[in-house]
Design a protein around this ligand. Structure first.
Ligand code: F7E
Length: 342
């Protein structure tokens, strides 16, 4: 039997890498889209996941997407590419819109043209986000919760989400959208708060850093493990009918909780001497609690998160201690689904 083929945009991000590993393990041929001429992240993907075939292309460049579809002839396309740091989107709203919003439309159009009337030939996944809920109207948030984004990133994601829904309804595309709450891993970029904390804690433990400067310590998020979330993406594309699903743990924690767990891992039970509240990292007051209700994903997809908050934070601290000691640069294969108690 010929293997299934998949095309992943955003292959150099944490989700792209976990998804590529999952699909390769299932026997897929996996192509990944990489933008830029000498993208240093591409070398990382080549090294860590040698089975992936990389293609150059950009979500803002329709011909490059058409070419990627022709070369890869995918059964499944996962759109994980985006400018995803919320603060950056305030400083760079136009490029955020071009990539994170119009990029989705480019990809949907490329698929529609490529399939020449037989749009069900390719199944499409769009990575939507809890940031679409912004000024939340109900808690926990569900697929039907009103969308009230509060950043250029959130607005751009609403555009991509609604386009996905519209292409499904108008063109009959098998297009699904995962409304993903925060998901983290040792592969998370250090600008995001979980990795900033676990990396900082590791460096403090090793005497490489004295303090950790953070924004609002009372901010709360629903944090899960990225490896679990890519499994939900794959499950969505295996359904007979496309749909939208919230993917979340349903449990919210504060930055203080994050600090409690991360510092405890290195044996520190009072972190106050090490943490500085710094206005530079504070956002406009975040009174709303983002927490997801993933009932539909559980009931229809049979999806369950496998790693809880403490397991995730411990995993990240352990990785960062090893990395800062110079003994690890990437979680080796096989650590994608660690022991929750690790
Ligand atoms: O912030 C607070 C900050 O930057 C989380 C992206 O993947 O998830 C991510 O977006 C919370 C916020 O992620 C610092 O104010 C406090 O309340 O890790 P973050 P995010 O903005 O929630 C969603 C689902 C996405 O879709 C996004 O693409 O932590 N916070 N102090 C801080 N955040 C940062 N970054 N740095 C701090 O020093």
């Amino acid at each position: 039997m010929t293997p299934k083929r998949a095309l992943i945009t955003g292959i150099t991000g944490q989700d792209g890498m976990y998804l590529a590993e999952l699909l390769l393990a299932k026997g897929y041929d996996v192509h990944g889209l990489v933008h830029g001429e000498h993208n240093p992240q591409a070398d990382l993907v080549r090294r860590v996941i040698p089975g992936v075939r990389l293609l150059t292309g950009d979500l803002t460049d329709l011909p490059s997407l058409m070419r990627a579809l022709t070369v890869s002839e995918p059964h499944e396309v996962y759109n994980l590419g985006a400018i995803s740091f919320v603060q950056f989107s305030w400083e760079n709203p136009l490029i955020t819109t071009e990539v994170t919003a119009v990029g989705v439309l480019n990809l949907l159009e490329a698929i529609r043209m490529h399939c020449e009337g037989d749009v069900r030939r390719i199944r499409f996944f769009q990575a939507s986000t809890s940031e679409m809920f912004g000024r939340v109207q109900e808690s926990p948030q569900r697929e039907t919760t009103y969308l009230a984004p509060r950043s250029p990133y959130g607005v751009a994601k609403v555009f991509g989400h609604q386009m996905t829904v519209n292409y499904r309804q108008k063109h009959g595309m098998h297009a699904s959208s995962g409304i993903l709450f925060n998901h983290e891993s040792p592969r998370r970029g250090p600008e995001f708060v979980t990795r900033k904390v676990t990396r900082g804690v590791a460096r403090i433990h090793l005497g490489l850093q004295d303090s950790l400067h953070l924004g609002n310590l009372d901010a709360r998020r629903d944090w899960g493990f990225a490896g679990d979330y890519v499994h939900a993406m794959w499950l969505m594309l295996q359904q007979d009918e496309p749909d939208d699903y919230v993917v979340a743990t349903g449990v919210s924690h504060s930055i203080r909780d994050l600090l409690d767990v991360a510092f405890a891992r290195i044996g520190v039970h009072d972190w106050t001497p090490y943490v500085v509240e710094d206005a530079e990292f504070a956002r406009t007051p975040e009174k709303n609690v983002l927490v997801g209700d993933a009932t539909r994903a559980r009931e229809v997809l049979g999806w369950e998160p496998t790693i809880d908050f403490a397991g995730l934070v411990n995993l990240m601290v352990d990785h960062d201690v090893a990395e800062q000691q110079g003994s690890a640069h990437e979680p080796p294969e096989g650590r994608g689904r660690p022991d929750p108690g690790a």
